[in-house]
Design a protein around this ligand. Structure first.
Ligand SMILES: NC(=O)c1ccc[n+]([C@@H]2O[C@H](COP(=O)([O-])OP(=O)(O)OC[C@H]3O[C@@H](n4cnc5c(N)ncnc54)[C@H](OP(=O)(O)O)[C@@H]3O)[C@@H](O)[C@H]2O)c1
Length: 289
């Protein structure tokens, strides 16, 4: 039975990865900063890790002294580690913490390292995407077998559409971009199925392709609301990024990241069984309870 070190194990995707690995018979060492939080259910329906992880490495993954030895005795690494809503520099987490983990995996003689990147990260201008693309480039030069998975957006990130639907007005990004969001459990299965000694890189999304107005309609229908949708003009989005960048580096970078994400096609290989309409219906029934 291979032991897999999972970094980012308390995240939306990381929790699904740990559960999927255990389901497929792997032993998991979960790298977390709080075991107590890991053993509670996660946000957006992500599972608790209580009784699922065989082993724990608890500490600050941004500290190289903590990371040294985290991979000892294990076979493979999956990293779903990255800044999304956390107050941290993507350079410290997405690039440096992953780099120290890769160095430890190489030192400890592990067999492979799978990294969860972002679809089209290489063309992004935000610090988040530049840090991710930089780590993916380093990993691709590693002597370890390596897998880079480039997913489209997750269902968790589209939960804001459900909140807007409950408020009764859908606010949509400009343009007619197409996206194929994916459920965490489906992406976890894709990652675990691609673990191994063969290197590669894959663009992946969920089973359905949508425009944002189609997503808006699904969310409004699930909330039982009439179709009231407003599209933000391109100039307003650019102005919002400009204003956010005047507020500081972090708000500016986040605004740039979201603006880029909302205005670019993000369609990967179709994978999985979970449909967004069911996710919105579940969110609507959860808030009705
Ligand atoms: N969400 C999307 O739509 C999407 C789409 C494509 C790719 N991705 C990428 O997929 C990966 C997982 O995304 P997700 O949505 O599952 O994100 P998430 O729920 O925010 O999980 C991120 C993980 O990274 C950890 N982390 C972040 N900052 C940290 C810090 N300063 N110190 C220690 N740990 C830190 C988090 O730990 P804590 O729980 O302790 O904060 C968590 O375990 C990320 O790299 C993301 O960029 C996401």
């Amino acid at each position: 039975m291979d032991t897999v070190v999972v970094a980012g194990a308390t995240g939306y995707l990381g929790r699904h990865v740990v559960v999927e690995l255990a389901r497929q018979g792997y032993a998991v060492r979960a790298v977390v900063r709080s075991r107590e939080r890991a053993e509670q259910p996660g946000p957006f329906g992500a599972p608790s890790l209580r009784g699922v992880a065989a082993d724990w490495a608890v500490g600050p993954v941004t500290d190289p002294a903590f990371v040294a030895g985290v991979c000892a005795g294990a076979d493979r690494v999956i990293s779903a580690l990255g800044v999304t809503r956390q107050k941290a520099s993507p350079w410290d987490v997405d690039f440096l913490a992953n780099l120290h983990l890769l160095e430890d995996a190489e030192r400890e003689g592990l067999r492979s390292f799978l990294y969860v990147n972002v679809l089209h990260a290489e063309s992004g201008r935000s610090l988040i995407l530049r840090a991710k693309a930089a780590f993916a480039a380093v990993l691709e030069r590693s002597a370890l077998a390596h897998q880079v998975v480039n997913p489209s957006g997750y269902f968790s990130d589209l939960s804001d559409f459900a909140s807007l639907a409950r408020a009764g007005v859908m606010v949509l990004p400009p343009g007619d971009v197409r996206v194929s969001p994916i459920h965490g459990a489906d992406l976890a299965r894709f990652c675990v199925d691609h673990l191994g000694d063969v290197s590669g890189s894959w663009d992946v999304g969920g089973p359905d392709v949508f425009t944002y107005p189609e997503i808006g309609r699904l969310a409004l229908a699930a909330a039982g609301r009439p179709e009231r949708m407003v599209t933000v003009p391109k100039g307003v989005l650019a102005a919002a990024v400009w204003v956010a960048s005047r507020l500081g580096e972090r708000p500016g970078d986040l605004a740039r990241f979201f603006a880029e994400g909302l205005t670019q096609d993000a369609v990967g290989e179709a994978f999985g069984e979970h449909h967004l309409a069911d996710h919105f219906a579940e969110l609507a029934s959860r808030t009705a309870r």
